[in-house]
Design a protein around this ligand. Structure first.
Ligand SMILES: [Zn+2]
Ligand SMILES: [Zn+2]
Length: 381
C-alpha cells in the first residue's frame, strides 16, 4: 500500500502555513478522539497517520525535506518515524497516548487531566453585539449593557446543595469523575455519567439553581467605547464572560461593534464622504457654502467659480478619529450641482437670455448646438 501524501492526510494545501497545519491537525485529533470513535476501528490507524504527518510538517526542517523528496526523504534510515505499519491490535496504550496529545493540544481548554474530580473549568467566552451610531463612533461613549450570563448561585454559594448539606462522593466513579471502559483495542476514559465528572453528587439539589451552582442572570456592565471604532471592532473585557465551573476562572466578554449607516456620511476607514448640493449659480460664480460635519458643527467651504458636478473637495481632519491614536481622517465632499426646477416666467426669461448669451460667447458650441438642433428637427420632420 502506498503512503498517503502528508498534506492530504491533514487536509491542507501544499503551501499551508505552520498555523494552518496545526489547526488542521487539532481538528483531525478531535475527530478521531476515541470517545467519538467507539464504532470506528480504523480511527486508531487514521490517528497514527495524522500524527506522523504532523510530526513531519510541524518541523520546518523535516517539512522542507518532505517538500523536496516526498516520503523518500525519511526512508533508508533518515529517521522521522515513518514507514512502520501499524500492527493489528495496535498500541494498547493508544488511549493514554491520546490523552497526552490532548493535554498537549487542549490542556488549557479542558482544564488539564490531573486531579480527576473537581476539575476547574474556565467559563465560556461571551459575544455581545452592539450597534452604535456614527456619531457615537466619532465621540466614543460610555455605555451600560445588560449581558445575560451565568453567575454563582447566591442561595447555595455555588455548592449546588440545598440548605448547606454537603455533597457526597459519587458511588459510580468513587469520586474520580471518570470511568474506564474497554472497547476493542481502545481503553476509553469517559466522563462519569452519574456525576457528570464532578466526582460528587448532590442529594438535595438547591432549588434556586437546580444543583448547578450557577444561575442565569442579566448583569449590567459599563463599557467604554473608544472614539474611532468601526464595524467589526472587537472590544475584549477580560474576565467578564461566564463564570467558571468549580472555581475555574471566568471567560472573557467580547463586544462586537456594528456602526449603523449614516443619513449623510459614508465612511471608509477614517475618511468620511458626503455629497453636497450646490445651486447652479454658486457652482458657476463661486461662493461659500456651509456643510455639516460629524462633530455636529458646520464648516464653511469655498466653492471655486466654474465648479462641475462631481468635484471633490477635502476638509482636512474632519473625518473620523484614529482608534489607536494619531491624526484624524479627512472629510471629502462631492459637489452635486442642482438644476433649478419650478422656474417663474421671469427666471425662465433670464435663463433664456443667459443661454443666448452663452451661444454668442462661444461660437463653437453655438455651431455644435445648432447642428444638434438641426438633427432633432430633421428627426421630427
Ligand atoms: Zn461519578
Ligand atoms: Zn444554588
Amino acid at each position: 500500500m502506498s503512503k498517503r501524501d502528508y498534506y492530504d492526510v491533514l487536509g491542507v494545501a501544499k503551501g499551508a502555513s505552520a498555523d494552518e497545519i496545526k489547526k488542521a491537525y487539532r481538528k483531525k485529533a478531535k475527530e478521531l478522539h476515541p470517545d467519538r470513535n467507539a464504532d470506528n476501528p480504523d480511527a486508531e490507524n487514521q490517528f497514527k497517520e495524522a500524527n506522523e504527518a504532523y510530526d513531519v510538517l510541524k518541523d520546518a526542517e523535516k517539512k522542507a525535506s518532505y517538500d523536496r523528496f516526498g516520503h523518500a526523504a525519511f526512508e533508508g534510515g533518515m529517521g522521522g518515524g515513518g514507514g512502520r505499519p501499524g500492527g493489528p491490535g495496535g498500541n494498547p496504550d493508544f488511549a493514554s497516548a491520546f490523552s497526552d496529545v490532548f493535554d498537549d493540544l487542549f490542556g488549557d481548554m479542558m482544564g488539564g487531566r490531573q486531579g480527576g474530580r473537581q476539575r476547574a473549568t474556565r467559563g465560556a467566552d461571551l459575544r455581545y453585539n452592539l450597534r452604535i451610531t456614527l456619531e457615537d463612533a466619532f465621540n466614543g461613549m460610555a455605555k451600560t449593557i445588560n449581558v445575560p450570563t451565568s453567575v454563582q448561585c447566591n442561595v447555595c454559594d455555588g455548592s449546588g446543595s440545598e440548605g448547606g448539606s454537603e455533597p457526597t462522593t459519587c458511588p459510580t466513579c468513587s469520586g474520580m469523575g471518570k470511568v474506564r471502559a474497554t472497547q476493542g483495542f481502545f481503553t476509553v476514559e469517559r466522563t462519569c455519567p452519574t456525576c457528570s465528572g464532578m466526582g460528587q453528587i448532590i442529594k438535595n439539589p438547591c432549588n434556586n439553581c437546580g444543583g448547578a451552582g450557577r444561575v442565569q442572570k442579566e448583569r449590567a456592565l459599563s463599557v467604554n467605547i473608544p472614539a474611532g471604532v468601526e464595524t467589526g471592532t472587537r472590544i475584549r473585557l477580560a474576565g467578564e464572560g461566564e463564570a467558571g465551573m468549580r472555581g475555574g476562572p471566568p471567560g472573557d466578554l467580547y463586544i462586537f461593534i456594528e456602526v449603523e449607516p449614516h443619513k449623510i456620511f459614508e465612511r471608509e476607514a477614517s475618511e468620511l464622504h458626503c455629497r453636497v448640493p450646490v445651486s447652479m449659480a454658486t457652482a458657476a460664480l463661486g461662493g461659500d457654502i456651509e456643510v455639516p460635519t460629524i462633530d455636529g458643527g458646520r464648516s464653511r467651504v469655498k466653492i471655486p467659480a466654474g465648479s462641475q458636478s462631481g468635484r471633490q473637495m477635502r476638509l482636512r481632519g474632519k473625518g473620523m478619529p484614529a482608534l489607536r491614536g494619531g491624526a484624524s481622517g479627512d472629510m471629502f465632499i462631492e459637489l452635486a450641482v442642482e438644476t433649478p426646477v419650478n422656474l417663474t416666467s421671469r427666471q425662465k426669461e433670464l435663463l433664456q437670455e443667459f443661454e443666448d448669451l452663452s451661444e454668442d460667447n462661444n461660437p463653437e458650441s453655438k455651431s455644435f448646438f445648432s447642428s444638434v438642433r438641426n438633427f432633432w428637427d430633421s428627426m421630427k420632420g
